[in-house]
Each structure stands twice: as C-alpha cells, then as structure tokens.
Design a binder for this molecule. Structure first.
Ligand SMILES: [Zn+2]
Length: 241
C-alpha cells in the first residue's frame, strides 16, 4: 500500500467503473486485461514443499508459513456471483503455494469485503464477481513477502507492504496473517482494509491522509505505515469528517 503507480498508469478499470459521465459515454473502451497464461485451477490448492498444515489443522506450537516462498501461484477454484446488477468487475483469487491459508476461506473473506454495503459497490457503479477463469479484470493475489516484492515491481514493497500494479492486487501474506499493531488484533478488519485499499487503487483512487485525530482513517490512507492519530477503518463509505 505504500506504492501505487502514477495516475498516468492507472488501469482502465478506473475509467470503466468511475461512474462519471465521461466513462459512461465510452462504451467502446478497449479490453482491460490482456489474457495471460495462468495456473490451471486445481482441486487441491496447495502442494507444499514441506508440511504446511492449514490453519485449522496445524499442530500445537507450529507456526503458519507466511515467509517460505515457492514462487508458484494457484488459482482458488470456485465462483462467487455478483450481488448487484451494475457493471460486472470480474476477479480471481490466487494464493502462493505453500502458504498456510485455506483458499476457500480467503476467497470468501475477499468477496464478503468487496460486496459489503460499506464498500466500493456503494460508491462505484460496479458489482464484483469472483471466478477462476483466465480472463478477468483483476487478479487478487496473496503471496509471501518475497513473491510480493517481485510481483509488485517496479514498485518497492520492501517485504512489508502490499500493492496494486496493472491488473494485479498483491496482498502480502505476512500482513494478511498478522495485520499491524495499530489494529489491535482486529485481523478481519485489517484484511478488509487491505482488500479495499488496494482495489481502491485499481478503481482509480490515490492516497489520502488522516485529517482529524480520533476520526476514522480514510481507507486510502496508508494505514499499514501508521494511523496518524486516526482510528482503524476498512470502509470507503466511512470517512473522517
Ligand atoms: Zn496504497
């Protein structure tokens, strides 16, 4: 979340889903995504190089893997229907193999966030739909810090933060697992922040800052780096006043 491309590099997604008269009058925009080879969805999400039990099954005392990188992404199979009737924005969830996450659980959390009444669907004329197909508007990827840094190039995520580059939203697995201290253990809330912040970039939003202490932080604030006196907030419809 530190980094996002210049405005000139903003994805066409922003124009498609901005809701502005300009965007609405340009139905002939070129396709957003150039299809690229992707891993074939598999029934078994992960094939870890070493035992990496799921969060619900890990042995006592064992730590989940969020750091050991295989460099391979696996698409989470499945489909989550759009909940609105407005312009459909398709996305798929990909998780680096070997991470100790249950893909279905991660995908469900992402879809719940994207379709929440407090989310971007209340602001942009967009309805998020999850698929496992190759041809999607957006890829939402959960990756180790090592792979995050690679996928975020030329941006510098420093092994710590997440990013959005082109059609890729890359969520750092370390942050997904542990959030940040400022969230005081509200990991689910932080995950929603992470998704909404990076998808917000894909929709054309830049960064904002804490305007007044003890009010909700804007979702487009770089909250991972600190809240500047504001309160944790994951939702674009809730802003500091
Ligand atoms: Zn950002």
């Amino acid at each position: 979340m530190v980094a996002h491309p210049d405005a000139t590099k903003q994805s066409n997604l922003a124009a498609r889903f901005s809701g502005s008269a300009v965007a609405a009058s340009e139905p002939s925009l070129p396709p957003v995504v150039t299809p690229t080879p992707v891993p074939t969805p598999t029934a078994t999400l992960t094939t870890p190089l070493r035992p990496a039990p799921t969060l619900t099954r890990q042995a006592k005392g064992s730590k989940p893997n969020v750091l050991v990188s295989t460099g391979r992404l696996a698409v989470v199979p499945g489909f989550s229907k759009a909940t609105g009737e407005r312009d459909k924005l398709t996305y798929r969830v990909e998780i680096e193999e070997g991470l100790s996450f249950n893909g279905a659980v991660v995908a469900a959390a992402i879809h719940k966030t994207l379709t929440d009444a407090r989310g971007w669907q209340a602001i942009h004329p967009v309805s998020f739909e999850r698929t496992d197909k190759a041809d999607v508007d957006l890829r939402i990827i959960v990756a180790t810090p090592t792979l995050t840094d690679k996928l975020c190039l030329p941006l510098d995520t420093g092994g710590e933060v997440s990013c959005r580059v082109d059609d890729r939203v890359v969520l750092n697995a370390k942050r997904w697992m542990y959030a940040v201290p400022a969230y005081s253990g509200q990991v689910d809330l932080y995950r929603s922040y992470l998704v909404n912040h990076e998808v917000g970039h894909a929709l054309g939003h830049g960064h904002s800052t804490c305007a007044k202490a003890k009010t909700p932080a804007p979702v487009m604030m770089q909250q991972t780096k600190g809240l500047g006196g504001c309160l944790p907030n994951a939702w674009p419809t809730i802003k500091a006043t």
